[in-house]
Design a protein around this ligand. Structure first.
Ligand code: HDD
Length: 713
């Protein structure tokens, strides 16, 4: 533990110190019951005679079995599948001009964090690689209490009002009659709902883009989605949108890869995050804010309170204010990653809410859901959820209460307890809500300023590169191709015409829809029984900017190749010097080379030196790597080129636009691939240095490879 602390520079992480109180380590200890009684036999039940019935008296058996019977808790209703890690946030400077939040107000100030990434629709045991939004939650253990950032890897949402959240989730989850499909949006109920809710179309564009298929949890952005408020010490309020920018850049995998990864390694993202941290390649994100002065609230051609809209970075640049480093894996998945409870309503002085009706609904839902998921109102006492700032109040009792609250009084005001615990003045850090003036009639409605449903969907699509647009067309063809009801497909394609005619045409072609019906109003079917449908229909498309290049995933390639994993194909007789030089080049950059061979164990290089095999070809696949390198060595190449799985490995890497390097004799292997039919194959490095390969890999993929899709694997 102490070793680990040193390596991870965590010696001063107060949350890690706090968690140590609850660490249990059975190493070198006798086995006991939960009551501390030493156990003599944990192998056999207590029987009446050698072949007799088990006795009810067997308290050890009963205790062990009862605990086991209750080991599971309800999974999260959404975001059930997740992976988490500890780390710290370091502030770049002083943001007190805008917010009094202490953790943002001095250069170099460190705050412990626990971060959980998730998929949304799938169950706890589902694959990491569905086409889905990813959750991005960060618990900041600040000196002023817990601040939870609860966002996604996409900056907008499907719906504008929390009232629709149960409907959205019911529509996307497996269908209730047969519980099919798992972790997928490609089914009738999801698209039925969407086809009646044009407000979803901007988010649909994001969900059909490569953002929904991240290469790694460490290579995706995070967004707070809603407009929040910053409040300064003097009470000045500004609007703020939160961003996380991965230092490793934003990268994705292809849909063909994603589907294959789901079979080869459904834990792909979880393993990748875990390994990166264990190997000391700590993932990093920069924290950014878009700040809008209060007086500019109505300056935009969309409503800042509408969570289906983003503020283009070209209009309000993102100011980077700190960095998050994840440097420690949890000790125990259940205790930490499963039991952590996030809530957008956990704020500290200096951060406040807006009237975004989606956010307002969330402020109710998150505590409510923990009551059933974590079993009662004391979930804040679970070690991972415990604040490092002291907690004192008059709450008492409840299931599994841990705190032993002293004293006679548990009410306020009191005189018997000396008035304690006492209220803090604002100047002493007491939280006060921003005094926003509010007036209006009590009505169920949606603001007219929320009705421009298509302009940002259009902006997003038209800001993508050609490659990304093609992927979106394919995604929509796939998703809608799985929809069995023709009218639903037609409705969606009709809606696409409002975003981009060409997009609609291409999707229609893939679905065999010959006559696209540009749908007449009402397009939106989500309004009350007595409402005037006209009031709820999408309004004219507005265009304050034509393009927002920052919306392309490819706009942020990052620097270096940290976190990438490259396959090195080698067998007995391989050129050891070459393997070693690639390995060293990758390690130097925080990436990994993995030796893949025809068998597990060790292989002997051309000079007799032994090399450890990481995976036999039987246990791995090209989709689990970022690229492939084939060093020379006659004997090695002879054996590898006679193996069909190895040839497929290289071809599949080619199909997925990965950089391939081969050396010397390895040409013989390359010549056996389909890919080699193209004399001018792009992204294939022949007899180049490891450094050349590293530089190429920085690009992640060679999307310019026109013939990639033609590889028949
Ligand atoms: Fe939510 C979990 C993100 C809308 C209700 N949500 C949850 C998690 C993330 C988000 C990242 C997982 C937290 C974790 O790792 O434990 N949710 C979002 C974002 C939204 C959003 C970015 C839109 C901007 N959510 C949303 C609405 C509601 C909820 C409108 C309900 C009114 N979300 C929940 C929930 C969950 C949840 C049911 C499930 C488990 C949990 O809260 O703790 O309460």
């Amino acid at each position: 533990m102490i070793e680990k602390d040193k390596a991870q520079n965590n010696a001063t992480n107060p949350k890690i110190d706090d968690l140590k109180m609850n660490l249990e380590d059975g190493a070198g200890q006798p086995l006991t019951t939960n009551q501390g009684l030493k156990i003599n036999d944990d192998q056999n039940s207590l029987l009446a005679g050698e072949r007799g019935p088990t006795l009810l008296e067997d308290f050890h058996f009963r205790e062990k079995m009862t605990h086991f019977d209750h080991e599971r808790i309800p999974e999260r209703i959404v975001h059930a599948r997740g992976s988490g890690a500890h780390g710290y946030f370091e502030s770049y400077g002083d943001l007190s001009e805008f917010t009094k939040a202490g953790f943002l107000n001095s250069k170099g100030k460190r705050t412990p964090v626990f971060t959980r990434f998730s998929t949304v629709a799938g169950s706890k045991g589902s694959t990491d690689l569905p086409r889905d939004v990813r959750g991005f939650s960060v618990k900041f253990y600040t000196e002023e209490g817990i601040y939870d950032f609860v966002g996604n890897n996409m900056p907008v949402f499907f719906i504008q009002d929390a009232m629709k959240f149960p409907d959205l989730v019911h529509a996307i989850k497996p269908e209730p009659n047969n519980e099919i499909p798992q972790a997928a949006s490609a089914h009738d109920t999801f698209w039925d709902f969407i086809s009646l809710m044009p407000e979803s179309m901007h988010m649909i564009m994001w969900a059909m883009s490569d953002r929904a298929l991240p290469r790694s949890l460490t290579m995706m952005e995070g967004f707070g989605v809603h407009t929040y408020r910053f409040v300064s010490e003097s009470g000045k309020s500004s609007f703020v949108k939160f961003h996380w920018k991965p230092v490793a850049g934003t990268h994705s995998v292809t849909w063909d890869e994603a589907q294959k990864i789901s079979g080869q390694d459904p834990d792909f993202h979880r393993r990748d995050l875990w390994n990166a941290i264990e190997n000391g390649n700590f993932p990093e994100w920069e924290f950014g804010v878009q700040i809008v002065p209060e007086e500019d609230e109505f300056k935009f051609d969309f409503d800042l309170l509408d969570p289906t809209k983003l503020i283009p970075e070209e209009l309000v640049p993102v100011r980077l204010i700190g960095k998050m480093v994840l440097n420690r894996n949890p000790e125990n998945f259940f205790a930490e990653t499963e039991q952590v409870a996030f809530h957008p309503g956990h704020v500290v002085p200096g951060i406040d809410f807006t009237n975004d009706p989606l956010l307002q609904g969330r402020l109710f839902s998150y505590t409510d859901t923990q009551l059933s998921r974590l079993g009662g109102p004391n979930f804040h006492e679970i070690p991972i959820n415990r604040s490092v700032a002291p907690v004192h109040n008059n709450q008492r009792g409840g299931i599994a209460r841990q705190a032993i609250n002293k004293g006679q009084t548990s009410y306020s005001p009191n005189s018997l307890g000396g008035g304690c615990p006492f209220q803090s003045k604002m100047a002493e850090g007491g939280f006060t809500h921003h005094q926003e003036r509010v007036e209006g009639h009590k009505i169920r409605t949606r603001s007219k300023s929320f009705m421009d449903h298509f302009s940002q969907a259009k902006l997003f699509f038209e800001s993508q590169t050609k490659v990304e647009q093609d992927h979106m067309v394919e995604a929509l063809r796939f998703e809608l191709g799985k929809v069995t009801i023709e009218e639903i497909r037609e409705r969606i394609v009709g809606m696409l015409t409002y975003i981009n005619e060409e997009l609609a045409q291409k999707v229609a072609k893939g679905l065999g829809i010959e006559n696209i019906k540009k749908p007449e109003k009402p397009l939106n079917h989500s309004f009350g029984a007595d409402a005037n449908p006209e009031d709820y229909q999408p309004t004219e498309v507005k265009k304050s900017i034509e393009k927002s290049p920052k919306l392309s995933l490819m706009a942020s390639p990052g620097k270096g190749i940290k976190g990438r994993v490259v396959a090195i194909l080698a067998n007995d007789g391989v050129d050891v010097a070459s393997v070693n030089s690639y390995m060293a080049a990758f390690k130097k950059e925080g990436a990994e080379g993995k030796v893949i061979s025809l068998h597990a164990g060790m292989i002997s290089g051309s000079n007799g030196e032994k090399i450890k095999v990481d995976h036999s070809i039987l246990t791995t696949a090209s989709v689990l790597f970022d690229g492939v390198v084939i060093p020379g060595g006659e004997k090695s190449i002879d054996a590898l080129s006679a193996d069909a799985d190895i040839i497929r490995f290289v071809d599949e890497s080619y199909k997925h636009f990965k950089f391939i390097a081969y050396q010397g004799d390895a040409k013989k292997l390359w010549d056996k691939t389909y890919a080699s039919r193209n004399q001018n194959a792009k992204g294939v490095l022949v007899d180049k240095s490891p450094q050349d390969y590293v530089s190429a890999l920085e690009k992640h993929r060679i999307w310019e490879r026109e013939d990639a899709q033609q590889i028949p694997v």
